[in-house]
Design a binder for this molecule. Structure first.
Ligand code: G6P
Length: 406
């Protein structure tokens, strides 16, 4: 261990201590340079400098605070008051820097006001995840990656000639699958965990990917990247409005999402989390489901749903042939609807059980339905009710909670 004085982190450059040297770098400038090669900054700038477009980015007092002002304000011309919680703080300003409807509630409240901004976004503690909002409108992460992919070629110079391939984690909704199908692109469904995307990117098979857990990214850095996702969305909105003169009504985030649903259909999606469960009960539940899978066959009736197949997801990496098994129990129905059960790999106490419910709806007259209402029927199906026996949370039977939701 070298004995050296404290390094002044505000001074860029190399300082030598005997034969030991410390270099303080500016991470923003390298990153900005990379982004300028990915996006059309003058297109995004033309949107952010419009007086009829209001933008807000909530850095949640986390790491993207250091990037937000140089990128959105200094480079792209957003107004300086468009960055909220932009100073990174050790305790995140007593908040929990998780960009979702629960923890980014201040932003959500602003965006759902009658005269709220046109575009809102937030990023997490280490800047790799993101949430995108329009006025009074939440874009689900599963829809977000699908819409970025569908618009990438025309709105983002990096994807000129089209993305190489698309991928999502297994529980993420099938919205992206439909884009890959329509655009005739390579498509991969991988287990939850970003590392599975990396192999595909290194092998030139994948450009754009995302997860329902608010991670979206591309092979520009082969990681999930919150600021990249916000710029991707701004590019799409800017592209759609590039010919709009002052005074003309702009194409909004919700217009873009609804048009996407009209073209591809809507995948209603919801995730239910059961945290701090006793591991034994959670494991018993998964065992029970595996047993149910082994007895299931195509054509089985689940309420009004017909089973296409049930399995415990196994992934064989097409690059190195490695196999990841037991990645989540899936019940996939003939209309594309799915019920998925898996144990989280990130819970800190006991087991976290996640249940993902998805219902595909091609009929655009039904696309404005509230997701919880649209998912009611599939929630009621036999699969969900069985399941929770033996699952306890802090001593209380979880089956009770699940039965309530059916
Ligand atoms: O659903 P979990 O196992 O808790 O994982 C949620 C997320 O955790 C991490 O952020 C991983 O990088 C993601 O790939 C994953 O989606």
């Amino acid at each position: 261990m070298a004995e050296i004085p404290d390094v002044d982190l505000s001074c860029l450059g190399v300082t030598k201590y005997g034969n030991f040297s410390v270099e303080v770098v500016d991470p923003v400038s390298d990153y900005l340079e990379l982004l300028e090669n990915v996006f059309d900054f003058s297109l995004i700038g033309s949107l952010l400098s419009r007086s009829d477009f209001r933008f807000i980015f909530d850095a949640m007092h986390a790491v993207t605070g250091a990037y937000a002002k140089p990128i959105f304000v200094d480079k792209l011309g957003a107004s300086s008051d468009s960055i909220s919680n932009g100073v990174p703080l050790e305790d995140f300003g007593h908040g929990h820097p998780d960009p979702n409807l629960t923890y980014a509630k201040d932003l959500v409240d602003i965006m759902y006001k009658e005269n709220g901004p046109d575009f809102g976004a937030a990023s997490d503690g280490d800047g790799d995840r993101n949430m995108i909002l329009g006025r009074g409108f939440f874009v689900t992460p599963s829809d977000s990656v699908a819409i970025i992919a569908a618009n990438a070629e025309e709105a983002i110079p990096y994807f000129q000639g089209g993305p190489k391939g698309l991928a999502r984690s297994m529980p993420t909704s099938g919205a992206l699958d439909r884009v890959a199908q329509k655009l005739n692109l390579l498509f991969f469904e991988v287990p939850t965990g970003w590392k599975f995307f990396g192999n595909l990117m290194d092998d030139g098979k994948l450009s754009i990917c995302g997860e329902e857990s608010f991670g979206t990214g591309s092979d520009h850095i082969r990681e999930k990247d919150g600021i990249w996702a916000v710029l991707a969305w701004l590019s799409i909105v800017a592209y759609r409005n590039k010919d709009k003169r002052p005074g003309e009504t702009l194409v909004s985030v919700s217009d873009i999402v609804k048009e996407h649903w009209a073209t591809y259909g809507r995948n209603f999606f919801s995730r239910y989390d059961y945290e701090e469960c006793e591991s034994e009960g959670a494991n018993k539940m998964i065992e029970y489901l595996r047993d149910l899978v082994s007895k299931s066959k195509s054509g089985d009736e689940y309420g009004s749903y017909t089973l296409q197949f049930a399995d415990d997801f196994t992934y064989t990496d097409p690059v190195d042939g490695s196999v990841a098994s037991k990645q989540g129990v899936r019940f996939v129905f003939s209309d594309g609807s799915r019920i998925i059960f898996r144990l989280s790999g990130t819970g800190s106490a006991g087991a976290t059980v996640r249940i993902y419910i998805e219902q595909f709806e091609p009929d655009s007259s039904k696309h404005d339905t509230d997701a919880q209402i649209a998912l009611k029927t599939i929630n009621r199906s036999r699969t969900v009710c069985i399941k929770a026996e033996g699952l306890h949370w802090k001593g209380e039977a979880y089956s009770y909670h699940i039965e309530l939701s059916v």
